[in-house]
Design a protein around this ligand. Structure first.
Ligand SMILES: [Fe+2]
Ligand SMILES: [Fe+2]
Length: 140
């Protein structure tokens, strides 16, 4: 946002070749950037928690959405992928709890960095696999 360099930037190499999921990943990246910018500013704790909540909610929604497609298209890699989502879900819930209870600003930044790194790896390796599969099924 503004002229500041974004913390995380979506680029073509992140594309899973299925438009709706590219859009959701872009939205997810936008909220991660929002969290990063928020913790750098004079934002108060309730506002920081609000952004953290948005991030948690959107992540959960996105995972459910991907998993719905795995089901609908009988994706062979589903079990493994769903297990990764489940693990991340627990980690993100844990961060959310700690942001509420402890030093919210430092933990919010930790969450932003953690999710940026996790998401980069997850999209480039795991999401791209279902992308290739769905594309072979004719999805765009
Ligand atoms: Fe994803
Ligand atoms: Fe995923």
């Amino acid at each position: 946002m503004g002229d500041r360099m974004s913390f995380m930037v979506w680029n073509k190499s992140y594309s899973v070749d299925v438009a709706i999921f590219d859009d959701e990943h872009k939205k997810l990246i936008a909220i991660i950037n929002q969290l990063h910018e928020a913790q750098q500013s004079e934002i108060d704790k309730p506002a920081l928690l609000q952004i953290s909540d948005n991030l948690v909610e959107y992540t959960l929604m996105h995972f459910r959405h991907e998993e719905m497609y795995f089901d609908d298209w009988a994706y062979p890699g589903a079990a493994e992928h769903i297990a990764m989502h489940a693990k991340l879900r627990r980690q993100v819930f844990d961060y959310r709890m700690q942001i509420q209870e402890k030093d919210s600003r430092a933990l919010a930044q930790e969450l932003a960095v953690f999710l940026r790194d996790w998401l980069t790896q997850h999209i480039l390796v795991d999401d791209r696999k279902y992308g290739t599969f769905l594309r072979e099924k004719g999805l765009r």
